[in-house]
Design a protein around this ligand. Structure first.
Ligand code: CO
Ligand code: ZN
Length: 329
C-alpha cells in the first residue's frame, strides 16, 4: 500500500492534466475490472458489472498547482493559482513543470501580512526572458515539488488530496470480492477548480447512489480551529460540507456498516470545502450522495499528512458498501 501511495503522490497531475496519474491507476486496476476508459474530460472510469444498484465512487486524480501568466525581462515568472492555495505555504517552496523544470517561489519586499499572489514570482534560474522562454511558456502548469515521506504509521506528501482517495479505491478494487452491484469507480478530473469531472461522469453514469472519497481537515493540532476529526480515529463519515448535505440514507448506511463491520469511524462536519459528492448529488433529478473522508493535516500544503489506519478503515468501508444489498436505494 505504501508503494502504491508513493507512486501516486509523486506523479504530476495538476487540474486538467491528470493523464500521468490516471495511466498509472489504470495499470493497477485493469486486471480487476470489466471495463476501464478515459472519458472526454479526462475522468478514468472503471466498471465492475453487476445487476444490482448502480453505485458511483469518485476520488479526484488532479492536484492543486500554479499556471504561468507572465514572464518578465529578467526571466522571472508570474503565476496564478489552479485550485485553492494558501500563500504562506508557497514561500520558499519549489514547483515542478511537466517537462521537469524546477522553480523556486520568491516574493517582493513588503510586510507578510500584505502578501498577495501578485507579489510572488517563480525563479527557474533563467537570467532573461529569452532563457526562461526556452524552458517554460505562458499557460504552463506546475505542481508542488515534494517527495513522499514515510513516518511509519503516518505518511506525508504533496497531493495526498486526493491521491490517497485514489489509493483507497485502487485497494478496494483489488480486494473486491462479492458484490452484485453495478460498480463504477471514477478517478475524476478537475475537482480542485469546482468538481467539474465528477459532474459529467455522474451525468453519464446516472447512479442510484454516489460516494466521494476525499480528504478532510482535522482539529487535532495545536490551537487548531475547533473540529471533531482527528488523525488515526478512523474513516470520517461526512454529514455536511459547503458542497453537500450528505443524504441521511447514505450517512446512515455508512454508520450502520461501520458499526456492524467494526470499522473505526468518526462523524465529520467540514465548515468550508467540498468534494465530488457536491456535483454528483445534483445530477439529473438528484442522486443520494455522501462522502467517506480520509482525515488529513495541512490540507492544500506541500506536506499533507495522513494515517495508514484511517486509510485501511476507508477501504473497509468502501468494501462494506459494495457487499451490502443496498435495499434502501
Ligand atoms: Co483539495
Ligand atoms: Zn480533494
Amino acid at each position: 500500500m505504501k508503494s502504491l501511495i508513493k507512486d501516486l503522490v509523486e506523479s504530476y497531475g495538476p487540474t486538467g492534466f491528470e493523464s500521468e496519474v490516471t495511466d498509472k491507476i489504470r495499470s493497477y486496476i485493469t486486471d480487476y475490472v470489466d471495463e476501464c476508459y478515459v472519458d472526454p474530460l479526462g475522468n478514468l472510469i472503471a466498471r465492475k458489472k453487476g445487476s444490482g444498484k448502480k453505485v458511483m465512487f469518485s476520488a479526484h486524480a488532479d492536484e492543486i498547482g500554479v499556471i504561468v501568466t507572465y514572464i518578465d525581462d529578467d526571466g522571472f515568472l508570474r503565476f496564478s493559482n489552479v485550485g485553492g492555495l494558501n500563500l504562506l505555504t508557497l514561500l520558499g517552496n519549489r514547483v515542478r513543470f511537466a517537462n521537469g523544470v524546477i522553480g523556486v517561489i520568491g516574493r517582493e519586499k513588503g510586510e507578510l501580512k500584505d502578501l498577495t499572489l501578485d507579489k510572488l514570482f517563480i525563479d527557474i534560474g533563467a537570467d532573461s526572458k529569452k532563457e526562461a522562454r526556452k524552458k517554460v511558456a505562458i499557460g504552463d502548469f506546475a505542481i508542488f515539488h515534494r517527495e513522499f515521506c514515510d513516518l511509519g504509521q503516518r505518511l506525508v506528501a504533496k497531493s495526498m488530496d486526493d491521491r490517497i482517495g485514489c489509493a483507497v479505491l485502487v485497494e478496494a478494487i483489488r480486494r473486491l470480492d462479492q458484490s452484485n452491484h453495478d460498480l463504477y469507480f471514477v478517478f475524476s478530473a478537475q475537482e480542485e477548480v469546482g468538481l467539474r469531472g465528477a459532474r459529467t461522469a455522474a451525468y453519464g453514469i446516472d447512479p442510484d447512489l454516489g460516494i466521494a472519497i476525499d480528504v478532510t481537515r482535522t482539529g487535532d493540532t495545536p490551537e487548531a480551529p475547533r473540529m471533531d476529526v482527528s488523525l488515526g480515529k478512523g474513516a470520517a463519515i461526512k454529514v455536511k460540507d459547503s458542497s453537500v448535505i450528505a443524504h441521511p440514507k447514505v450517512k446512515n448506511l455508512m454508520v450502520r456498516l461501520a458499526e456492524s463491520s467494526h470499522i473505526k469511524y468518526q462523524l465529520e462536519v467540514l465548515e468550508a470545502g467540498g468534494t465530488d459528492a457536491g456535483a454528483i448529488h445534483l445530477t439529473k433529478s438528484g442522486v443520494p450522495s455522501g462522502t467517506i473522508s480520509i482525515p488529513c493535516r495541512y490540507v492544500h500544503s506541500p506536506s499533507e499528512m495522513i494515517d495508514l489506519d484511517d486509510v485501511q478503515n476507508c477501504v473497509d468501508l468502501v468494501l462494506a458498501i459494495c457487499r451490502d444489498p443496498l435495499e434502501e436505494f
